[in-house]
Ligand binder design. Sequence first.
Ligand SMILES: *Cc1c(COP(=O)(O)O)cnc(C)c1O
Length: 393
Amino acid sequence: MSETWNTKTKLVHAGSRRSQYGEVSEAIFLTQGFVYETAEAAEARFIETGTDEFIYARYGNPTVRMFEERIAALEGAEDAFATASGMAAVNGALFAGLKAGDHVVAARALFGSCLYVLETLLVRFGVEVTFVDGTDLDQWRSAVRADTRICFVEALSNPTLEVIDIAGVAEIAHAAGALLVVDNVFATPVFQRTLTLGADVVVYSATKHIDGQGRCLGGVVLGTKHFIRKVLEPYLKHTGGALSPFNAWVMLKGMETLDLRCRAGAETATMLAERLDGHAKLARVIYPHLASHPQAALAKRQMSMGGTVLSLDIKGGKEAAFRFLNALQIILISNNLGDAKSLVTHPATTTHQRLTPEQRAALGIGDGLVRISVGLEDSRDLLADIEGALTFY
Ligand SMILES: *Cc1c(COP(=O)(O)O)cnc(C)c1O
Protein backbone atom coordinates (compact mmCIF):
# COMPACT_ATOMS: atom_id res chain seq x y z
CA MET A 1 0.00 0.00 0.00
CA SER A 2 1.30 3.39 -0.91
CA GLU A 3 1.24 5.93 1.92
CA THR A 4 0.82 8.65 -0.69
CA TRP A 5 -2.51 7.35 -1.98
CA ASN A 6 -5.47 9.63 -1.52
CA THR A 7 -8.61 8.62 0.34
CA LYS A 8 -10.64 7.21 -2.54
CA THR A 9 -7.75 5.05 -3.73
CA LYS A 10 -7.17 3.70 -0.23
CA LEU A 11 -10.87 2.90 0.12
CA VAL A 12 -10.71 0.67 -2.96
CA HIS A 13 -7.26 -0.91 -2.61
CA ALA A 14 -5.75 -0.59 0.88
CA GLY A 15 -5.36 -3.84 2.80
CA SER A 16 -6.14 -6.10 -0.19
CA ARG A 17 -4.47 -9.52 -0.11
CA ARG A 18 -4.65 -12.04 -2.91
CA SER A 19 -4.62 -15.81 -2.64
CA GLN A 20 -2.78 -18.07 -5.10
CA TYR A 21 -5.75 -17.62 -7.51
CA GLY A 22 -5.15 -13.91 -8.01
CA GLU A 23 -8.79 -12.96 -7.45
CA VAL A 24 -9.69 -9.30 -8.13
CA SER A 25 -12.45 -9.03 -5.54
CA GLU A 26 -11.43 -9.84 -1.97
CA ALA A 27 -12.00 -13.46 -0.92
CA ILE A 28 -14.18 -14.45 2.01
CA PHE A 29 -12.09 -16.77 4.16
CA LEU A 30 -14.90 -18.59 5.95
CA THR A 31 -12.59 -20.54 8.21
CA GLN A 32 -12.36 -20.74 11.97
CA GLY A 33 -8.88 -22.25 12.07
CA PHE A 34 -5.59 -22.52 10.19
CA VAL A 35 -3.37 -25.52 9.45
CA TYR A 36 0.29 -25.71 10.42
CA GLU A 37 2.83 -27.61 8.28
CA THR A 38 4.51 -29.10 11.33
CA ALA A 39 4.25 -29.29 15.10
CA GLU A 40 7.25 -26.98 15.26
CA ALA A 41 5.43 -24.42 13.10
CA ALA A 42 2.42 -24.58 15.43
CA GLU A 43 4.68 -24.07 18.44
CA ALA A 44 6.38 -21.09 16.77
CA ARG A 45 3.05 -19.53 15.78
CA PHE A 46 1.89 -19.51 19.41
CA ILE A 47 5.10 -17.87 20.60
CA GLU A 48 4.95 -14.93 18.20
CA THR A 49 1.99 -14.15 15.93
CA GLY A 50 3.02 -12.03 12.98
CA THR A 51 0.47 -9.94 11.13
CA ASP A 52 0.32 -12.49 8.29
CA GLU A 53 -0.10 -15.43 10.57
CA PHE A 54 -3.42 -16.56 11.89
CA ILE A 55 -4.25 -18.96 14.71
CA TYR A 56 -7.99 -18.85 15.24
CA ALA A 57 -10.72 -16.59 13.89
CA ARG A 58 -11.47 -15.13 17.33
CA TYR A 59 -7.95 -13.64 17.19
CA GLY A 60 -7.88 -12.74 13.51
CA ASN A 61 -8.82 -13.89 10.00
CA PRO A 62 -7.52 -12.85 6.56
CA THR A 63 -10.79 -11.23 5.42
CA VAL A 64 -11.16 -9.44 8.75
CA ARG A 65 -7.53 -8.33 8.54
CA MET A 66 -8.13 -6.83 5.07
CA PHE A 67 -10.96 -4.75 6.52
CA GLU A 68 -8.83 -3.68 9.50
CA GLU A 69 -5.94 -2.62 7.27
CA ARG A 70 -8.20 -0.75 4.87
CA ILE A 71 -9.85 1.35 7.57
CA ALA A 72 -6.54 1.88 9.41
CA ALA A 73 -5.11 3.27 6.15
CA LEU A 74 -8.11 5.56 5.75
CA GLU A 75 -7.86 6.92 9.31
CA GLY A 76 -4.07 7.12 9.32
CA ALA A 77 -4.05 4.77 12.34
CA GLU A 78 -1.13 2.47 13.12
CA ASP A 79 -3.47 -0.46 13.65
CA ALA A 80 -7.10 -1.55 14.05
CA PHE A 81 -9.12 -4.37 15.58
CA ALA A 82 -12.52 -5.25 14.07
CA THR A 83 -15.41 -6.29 16.27
CA ALA A 84 -18.80 -7.97 15.99
CA SER A 85 -20.70 -4.70 16.50
CA GLY A 86 -20.14 -1.07 17.35
CA MET A 87 -20.92 -1.80 20.99
CA ALA A 88 -18.29 -4.58 21.11
CA ALA A 89 -15.84 -1.90 19.92
CA VAL A 90 -16.95 0.63 22.55
CA ASN A 91 -16.88 -2.06 25.25
CA GLY A 92 -13.37 -3.12 24.22
CA ALA A 93 -11.99 0.40 23.97
CA LEU A 94 -13.24 1.18 27.49
CA PHE A 95 -12.88 -2.07 29.44
CA ALA A 96 -9.57 -3.25 27.95
CA GLY A 97 -7.41 -0.67 29.72
CA LEU A 98 -9.46 0.22 32.81
CA LYS A 99 -9.42 -1.27 36.29
CA ALA A 100 -11.23 -0.66 39.59
CA GLY A 101 -10.27 2.71 41.05
CA ASP A 102 -9.72 4.40 37.67
CA HIS A 103 -11.61 7.53 36.70
CA VAL A 104 -13.33 8.29 33.38
CA VAL A 105 -14.81 11.57 32.14
CA ALA A 106 -17.50 11.36 29.45
CA ALA A 107 -19.76 13.76 27.61
CA ARG A 108 -23.35 13.40 28.79
CA ALA A 109 -25.00 13.34 25.35
CA LEU A 110 -24.35 9.73 24.28
CA PHE A 111 -25.82 6.89 22.27
CA GLY A 112 -28.04 4.91 24.70
CA SER A 113 -25.88 1.77 24.90
CA CYS A 114 -22.68 3.82 25.36
CA LEU A 115 -24.38 5.59 28.26
CA TYR A 116 -25.34 2.21 29.78
CA VAL A 117 -21.76 0.89 29.56
CA LEU A 118 -20.37 4.01 31.23
CA GLU A 119 -23.10 4.74 33.75
CA THR A 120 -24.06 1.21 34.80
CA LEU A 121 -21.42 -1.36 33.81
CA LEU A 122 -18.09 0.41 34.41
CA VAL A 123 -19.38 1.73 37.72
CA ARG A 124 -20.29 -1.81 38.78
CA PHE A 125 -16.61 -2.76 38.40
CA GLY A 126 -15.37 0.12 40.53
CA VAL A 127 -14.57 2.67 37.82
CA GLU A 128 -15.73 6.18 38.69
CA VAL A 129 -17.36 8.10 35.85
CA THR A 130 -17.97 11.86 35.73
CA PHE A 131 -20.36 13.23 33.10
CA VAL A 132 -19.90 16.70 31.64
CA ASP A 133 -21.49 18.90 28.99
CA GLY A 134 -19.18 17.82 26.18
CA THR A 135 -19.28 21.19 24.44
CA ASP A 136 -18.01 23.09 27.52
CA LEU A 137 -14.20 22.83 27.79
CA ASP A 138 -14.27 24.37 31.29
CA GLN A 139 -16.32 21.41 32.51
CA TRP A 140 -13.73 18.99 31.06
CA ARG A 141 -10.95 21.00 32.74
CA SER A 142 -12.54 20.80 36.17
CA ALA A 143 -13.57 17.13 35.79
CA VAL A 144 -10.19 15.56 34.93
CA ARG A 145 -7.99 14.34 37.79
CA ALA A 146 -4.66 12.62 38.32
CA ASP A 147 -6.39 9.20 38.17
CA THR A 148 -8.40 9.97 34.98
CA ARG A 149 -7.48 7.30 32.42
CA ILE A 150 -10.00 7.94 29.64
CA CYS A 151 -12.05 10.84 28.29
CA PHE A 152 -14.90 9.57 26.11
CA VAL A 153 -17.01 11.51 23.59
CA GLU A 154 -19.15 11.09 20.52
CA ALA A 155 -17.74 13.59 18.03
CA LEU A 156 -21.23 14.64 17.01
CA SER A 157 -23.92 13.91 19.56
CA ASN A 158 -27.09 11.97 18.84
CA PRO A 159 -29.71 13.28 18.08
CA THR A 160 -29.03 16.97 18.76
CA LEU A 161 -25.82 17.07 16.67
CA GLU A 162 -23.74 19.02 19.17
CA VAL A 163 -20.15 19.34 17.99
CA ILE A 164 -17.32 18.39 20.35
CA ASP A 165 -14.05 20.33 20.05
CA ILE A 166 -11.83 17.26 19.64
CA ALA A 167 -8.52 19.15 19.74
CA GLY A 168 -9.65 21.08 22.83
CA VAL A 169 -10.73 17.96 24.75
CA ALA A 170 -7.58 16.10 23.60
CA GLU A 171 -5.35 18.80 25.07
CA ILE A 172 -7.15 18.61 28.43
CA ALA A 173 -7.10 14.79 28.44
CA HIS A 174 -3.40 14.63 27.56
CA ALA A 175 -2.43 17.20 30.20
CA ALA A 176 -4.10 14.89 32.75
CA GLY A 177 -2.34 11.82 31.32
CA ALA A 178 -5.60 10.35 29.96
CA LEU A 179 -6.48 8.89 26.56
CA LEU A 180 -9.17 10.53 24.42
CA VAL A 181 -11.50 7.87 22.98
CA VAL A 182 -13.87 9.16 20.29
CA ASP A 183 -16.96 7.39 18.96
CA ASN A 184 -16.91 8.90 15.47
CA VAL A 185 -20.01 7.33 13.91
CA PHE A 186 -21.95 10.53 13.19
CA ALA A 187 -18.90 12.42 11.89
CA THR A 188 -18.03 9.42 9.63
CA PRO A 189 -14.50 8.36 8.63
CA VAL A 190 -14.87 10.44 5.46
CA PHE A 191 -15.56 13.90 6.91
CA GLN A 192 -13.37 14.03 10.01
CA ARG A 193 -9.69 13.11 10.60
CA THR A 194 -10.22 12.45 14.28
CA LEU A 195 -6.76 11.05 15.07
CA THR A 196 -5.14 14.04 13.40
CA LEU A 197 -7.29 16.33 15.56
CA GLY A 198 -5.72 14.71 18.64
CA ALA A 199 -7.83 11.67 19.56
CA ASP A 200 -5.86 8.60 20.72
CA VAL A 201 -8.48 5.96 19.96
CA VAL A 202 -11.31 6.10 17.42
CA VAL A 203 -14.29 3.75 17.51
CA TYR A 204 -16.87 3.03 14.81
CA SER A 205 -20.08 1.14 14.54
CA ALA A 206 -19.42 -0.21 11.02
CA THR A 207 -23.12 -1.11 11.05
CA LYS A 208 -23.79 2.47 9.97
CA HIS A 209 -22.07 4.22 7.04
CA ILE A 210 -19.33 1.60 6.50
CA ASP A 211 -21.79 -1.14 5.60
CA GLY A 212 -24.06 1.64 4.43
CA GLN A 213 -26.81 -0.58 3.13
CA GLY A 214 -28.39 -1.78 6.36
CA ARG A 215 -27.21 -5.41 6.28
CA CYS A 216 -24.59 -6.41 8.86
CA LEU A 217 -23.48 -5.47 12.35
CA GLY A 218 -19.82 -4.64 12.79
CA GLY A 219 -17.40 -2.34 14.55
CA VAL A 220 -13.77 -1.35 14.73
CA VAL A 221 -11.31 0.25 17.16
CA LEU A 222 -8.36 2.24 15.76
CA GLY A 223 -5.27 3.50 17.55
CA THR A 224 -1.54 3.04 18.05
CA LYS A 225 0.03 -0.37 17.52
CA HIS A 226 0.69 -0.47 21.26
CA PHE A 227 -2.93 0.23 22.22
CA ILE A 228 -4.44 -2.14 19.67
CA ARG A 229 -2.05 -5.09 20.12
CA LYS A 230 -0.99 -4.78 23.77
CA VAL A 231 -4.08 -3.32 25.46
CA LEU A 232 -7.13 -4.08 23.30
CA GLU A 233 -6.31 -7.38 21.57
CA PRO A 234 -5.67 -9.40 24.77
CA TYR A 235 -9.08 -8.27 26.05
CA LEU A 236 -11.05 -8.80 22.84
CA LYS A 237 -9.48 -12.04 21.69
CA HIS A 238 -10.29 -13.69 25.01
CA THR A 239 -13.77 -12.23 25.43
CA GLY A 240 -15.07 -13.09 21.96
CA GLY A 241 -16.01 -9.85 20.25
CA ALA A 242 -14.55 -10.90 16.87
CA LEU A 243 -16.11 -9.78 13.57
CA SER A 244 -17.29 -12.62 11.33
CA PRO A 245 -15.36 -13.02 8.04
CA PHE A 246 -18.57 -12.69 6.05
CA ASN A 247 -19.49 -9.42 7.75
CA ALA A 248 -15.90 -8.20 7.31
CA TRP A 249 -16.27 -8.83 3.57
CA VAL A 250 -19.51 -6.82 3.47
CA MET A 251 -17.69 -3.98 5.26
CA LEU A 252 -14.73 -4.21 2.84
CA LYS A 253 -17.12 -3.87 -0.09
CA GLY A 254 -18.88 -1.03 1.71
CA MET A 255 -15.56 0.80 2.07
CA GLU A 256 -15.17 0.91 -1.72
CA THR A 257 -18.19 3.21 -2.03
CA LEU A 258 -17.97 4.89 1.39
CA ASP A 259 -16.67 8.23 0.13
CA LEU A 260 -19.23 8.44 -2.68
CA ARG A 261 -22.12 7.48 -0.42
CA CYS A 262 -21.20 9.77 2.48
CA ARG A 263 -20.73 12.72 0.12
CA ALA A 264 -24.03 12.07 -1.67
CA GLY A 265 -25.90 11.80 1.65
CA ALA A 266 -24.24 14.93 3.04
CA GLU A 267 -24.98 16.93 -0.11
CA THR A 268 -28.64 16.04 0.18
CA ALA A 269 -28.66 16.67 3.95
CA THR A 270 -27.11 20.12 3.38
CA MET A 271 -29.73 20.97 0.74
CA LEU A 272 -32.58 19.73 2.96
CA ALA A 273 -31.29 21.67 5.99
CA GLU A 274 -30.98 24.88 3.95
CA ARG A 275 -34.36 24.54 2.30
CA LEU A 276 -36.21 23.59 5.50
CA ASP A 277 -34.51 26.23 7.70
CA GLY A 278 -37.20 28.76 8.68
CA HIS A 279 -40.14 26.53 7.66
CA ALA A 280 -43.30 27.72 9.44
CA LYS A 281 -43.94 24.32 11.05
CA LEU A 282 -40.41 23.88 12.36
CA ALA A 283 -39.10 25.43 15.59
CA ARG A 284 -35.56 24.55 14.52
CA VAL A 285 -33.51 22.75 11.91
CA ILE A 286 -30.32 21.23 13.33
CA TYR A 287 -27.41 20.48 10.99
CA PRO A 288 -23.73 20.99 11.87
CA HIS A 289 -22.82 23.10 8.82
CA LEU A 290 -26.01 25.19 8.83
CA ALA A 291 -25.29 28.86 9.60
CA SER A 292 -27.82 28.81 12.46
CA HIS A 293 -26.01 25.95 14.26
CA PRO A 294 -24.36 27.47 17.36
CA GLN A 295 -21.11 25.60 16.58
CA ALA A 296 -21.14 25.92 12.79
CA ALA A 297 -17.64 27.46 12.77
CA LEU A 298 -16.17 24.59 14.81
CA ALA A 299 -18.07 22.03 12.71
CA LYS A 300 -16.61 23.55 9.53
CA ARG A 301 -13.10 23.48 10.99
CA GLN A 302 -13.36 19.84 12.02
CA MET A 303 -15.53 18.30 9.32
CA SER A 304 -15.19 18.70 5.55
CA MET A 305 -18.98 18.25 5.19
CA GLY A 306 -21.81 18.37 7.74
CA GLY A 307 -22.63 14.66 7.80
CA THR A 308 -25.63 12.66 6.67
CA VAL A 309 -27.96 13.28 9.61
CA LEU A 310 -30.20 16.27 10.34
CA SER A 311 -32.74 16.83 13.08
CA LEU A 312 -35.98 18.79 12.88
CA ASP A 313 -37.82 20.25 15.85
CA ILE A 314 -41.46 20.13 14.81
CA LYS A 315 -43.86 22.62 16.36
CA GLY A 316 -46.72 20.86 18.17
CA GLY A 317 -44.80 18.24 20.15
CA LYS A 318 -45.28 14.48 20.00
CA GLU A 319 -48.65 14.57 18.24
CA ALA A 320 -47.33 16.68 15.39
CA ALA A 321 -44.11 14.65 15.19
CA PHE A 322 -46.06 11.38 14.97
CA ARG A 323 -48.34 12.77 12.26
CA PHE A 324 -45.26 13.89 10.35
CA LEU A 325 -43.62 10.45 10.62
CA ASN A 326 -46.81 8.66 9.59
CA ALA A 327 -47.31 10.96 6.58
CA LEU A 328 -43.87 10.32 5.07
CA GLN A 329 -43.97 8.20 1.92
CA ILE A 330 -40.29 7.54 1.15
CA ILE A 331 -38.46 8.08 4.43
CA LEU A 332 -38.90 4.96 6.58
CA ILE A 333 -39.52 4.94 10.33
CA SER A 334 -36.53 3.14 11.85
CA ASN A 335 -34.04 3.79 14.66
CA ASN A 336 -30.99 2.99 12.53
CA LEU A 337 -28.85 5.41 10.49
CA GLY A 338 -26.23 5.46 7.77
CA ASP A 339 -28.34 3.37 5.38
CA ALA A 340 -28.87 3.90 1.65
CA LYS A 341 -32.53 4.27 2.58
CA SER A 342 -33.49 7.49 4.36
CA LEU A 343 -34.70 6.76 7.88
CA VAL A 344 -36.55 8.84 10.44
CA THR A 345 -36.78 8.35 14.18
CA HIS A 346 -38.57 10.06 17.09
CA PRO A 347 -35.90 9.87 19.83
CA ALA A 348 -38.14 10.85 22.78
CA THR A 349 -40.32 7.74 22.36
CA THR A 350 -37.70 5.29 21.04
CA THR A 351 -33.92 5.61 21.43
CA HIS A 352 -34.17 8.00 24.39
CA GLN A 353 -37.41 6.68 25.93
CA ARG A 354 -35.49 5.27 28.92
CA LEU A 355 -34.51 8.78 30.06
CA THR A 356 -36.75 10.89 32.29
CA PRO A 357 -38.42 13.94 30.70
CA GLU A 358 -35.98 16.09 32.73
CA GLN A 359 -32.95 14.20 31.39
CA ARG A 360 -34.29 14.52 27.85
CA ALA A 361 -34.90 18.23 28.34
CA ALA A 362 -31.31 18.65 29.61
CA LEU A 363 -30.08 17.01 26.39
CA GLY A 364 -32.35 19.17 24.22
CA ILE A 365 -34.51 16.22 23.15
CA GLY A 366 -38.02 17.66 23.01
CA ASP A 367 -41.22 15.83 22.08
CA GLY A 368 -41.23 17.46 18.64
CA LEU A 369 -37.67 16.44 17.74
CA VAL A 370 -37.20 14.00 14.85
CA ARG A 371 -33.89 12.72 13.48
CA ILE A 372 -33.49 12.02 9.78
CA SER A 373 -30.67 9.85 8.42
CA VAL A 374 -30.37 10.93 4.81
CA GLY A 375 -29.90 8.13 2.29
CA LEU A 376 -29.16 7.94 -1.40
CA GLU A 377 -32.58 8.71 -2.89
CA ASP A 378 -33.02 11.69 -5.24
CA SER A 379 -32.78 14.80 -3.07
CA ARG A 380 -35.82 16.38 -4.80
CA ASP A 381 -37.97 13.41 -3.83
CA LEU A 382 -36.81 13.62 -0.21
CA LEU A 383 -37.53 17.36 -0.01
CA ALA A 384 -40.98 16.79 -1.50
CA ASP A 385 -41.58 13.93 0.97
CA ILE A 386 -40.67 16.09 3.98
CA GLU A 387 -42.52 19.19 2.76
CA GLY A 388 -45.55 17.09 1.91
CA ALA A 389 -45.58 15.46 5.38
CA LEU A 390 -45.26 18.90 7.02
CA THR A 391 -48.37 20.18 5.21
CA PHE A 392 -50.32 17.10 6.24
CA TYR A 393 -51.38 18.39 9.63
C1 LIG B 1 -25.04 2.57 16.38
C2 LIG B 1 -24.09 3.23 17.28
C3 LIG B 1 -23.35 2.50 18.21
C4 LIG B 1 -23.50 1.00 18.38
O1 LIG B 1 -23.25 0.28 17.23
P1 LIG B 1 -23.84 -1.20 16.95
O2 LIG B 1 -23.16 -1.61 15.70
O3 LIG B 1 -25.31 -1.07 16.85
O4 LIG B 1 -23.44 -2.03 18.13
C5 LIG B 1 -22.46 3.18 19.03
N1 LIG B 1 -22.32 4.52 18.95
C6 LIG B 1 -23.01 5.27 18.05
C7 LIG B 1 -22.81 6.73 18.00
C8 LIG B 1 -23.92 4.65 17.20
O5 LIG B 1 -24.63 5.39 16.33
